[in-house]
Design a protein around this ligand. Structure first.
Ligand code: ADP
Length: 368
């Protein structure tokens, strides 16, 4: 059994009742103690005017007046009581019903029905609460959808290397494949891919949870651009892609974790190299205005359509899945980079003039 304490409707009703009781009691006190004295005073004044032989009549008048006041008070108290019942029923319906509806909806959401919404019936605080409730339900639905998608994507990513390892192993067991280094290199390559995927997933989950610990310090942007360029230059040379740098001589410092920002530059330069054919060019440009530093990685490669540009920062999104996977890409690199840049208070954006017209990825960081 729910007690009165657990019912908002009862509490409202009782609060009206308390007001009525206090009102009636103060009226009775006033009528009982003050009204007779005042009446007696006025009657005494009348007596001096009318004459001495009015004593009996005055006592009678006084008694009847008291009765009349009590009668009127009783009627008024009953009217107030009925009003309290009506008003509290109305208010309860207006306040308690939407709250109960929200309670039921939240229970259904808790049991996994994320499409649950409540009706917004007013513009007051309750309407605001209902709107916020619906927003929360919408966000929960999106989170759930992303979670489901993530599990599906991870399973899909694991399946390819695992089935590859499995078929090599079966070939070895059946004697179809020779037990020689070339066979094992295949297994090793798939294992490295799995390992990289797991590392990327760990990094991604940390980045998405906002748990990346940054060791920031005022840093010259060249301190994280140069090491990434130096590390990848041999691969650019191997593929005959020209790597060009245009870095302003006096760039302002940015508040950055140099190691993390090097990781971002490695991802952007690695992608530029991967999606630019031999003979192409990749340019790293760094410039600044009074409040921001811009680091752009521009390539003359495959480019991106407007549709792809909308999605490339989403996890596991790859324009050409088989090509990216063959090159060891997991489709998470840009997602992690975006999170890392945003953790520095900056932005990572991409532009392209279309397919085969190259693309430009720009990191914007606030000046420290
Ligand atoms: P991946 O590991 O597959 O490279 P990323 O998250 O780094 O994953 O990139 C996501 C996708 O964005 C890539 O698969 C590719 O299709 C596209 N992409 C990234 N950089 C470029 C680029 N410079 N030119 C063209 N497409 C790119």
């Amino acid at each position: 059994m729910r007690t009165v304490r657990q019912h908002l409707g009862w509490k409202l009703f009782i609060s009206y009742l308390v007001i009525i009781v206090v009102g009636v009691v103060s009226l009775i006190v006033a009528a009982e103690f003050h009204a007779p004295t005042a009446l007696d005073r006025h009657l005494a004044q009348m007596a001096t005017i009318v004459g001495e032989n009015m004593g009996g009549m005055m006592a009678d008048l006084s008694e009847n007046f008291r009765r009349a006041v009590n009668e009127v008070l009783l009627v008024a108290a009953m009217a107030a009581f009925i009003t309290a019942v009506l008003v509290s029923t109305f208010v309860t319906r207006r306040i308690v019903t939407p709250i109960q509806e929200m309670k039921r909806a939240s229970q259904r959401i808790a049991s996994g029905r994320y499409d649950e919404r409540v009706q917004v019936t007013s513009d007051d605080e309750l309407g605001e609460l209902a709107r916020t409730f619906n927003q929360m339900a919408h966000q929960l639905a999106q989170i759930e959808e992303r979670r489901r998608q993530l599990i599906g994507d991870v399973a899909h990513e694991l399946r390819t290397p695992l089935s590859s390892i499995r078929s090599v192993m079966e070939g070895l067991v059946d004697g179809v494949l020779p037990a020689e280094p070339a066979t094992f290199v295949n297994v090793q390559r798939e294992l490295s891919r799995l390992q990289r995927l797991v590392q990327d997933l760990e990094e991604l989950s940390r980045a998405e949870a906002g748990q990346v610990s940054l060791k920031t310090a005022p840093t010259d942007p060249a301190a994280f651009i140069q090491p990434a360029v130096a590390r990848l230059r041999p691969q650019f040379e191997d593929k005959s892609v020209n790597l060009h740098m245009e870095i302003g001589a006096t760039l302002p410092r940015v508040n950055a974790d140099a190691e993390r920002m090097t990781q971002v530059m490695l991802n952007l330069l690695g992608n530029a190299l991967q999606y630019t054919p031999a003979g192409g060019q990749v340019t790293v440009r760094a410039s600044a205005d009074t409040s921001q530093v811009f680091i752009a990685v521009q390539d003359t490669g495959t480019g991106l359509t407007a549709e792809h540009l909308n999605h490339i920062f989403e996890r596991f999104y790859r324009v050409d899945k088989s090509r990216s996977r063959a090159a060891g890409g997991s489709g998470i690199g840009l997602t992690i980079s975006k999170h890392l840049v945003e953790a520095h208070g900056g932005h990572l954006t991409a532009t392209s003039r279309g397919l085969n017209k190259g693309s430009t990825f720009t990191v914007t960081l606030p000046v420290s």
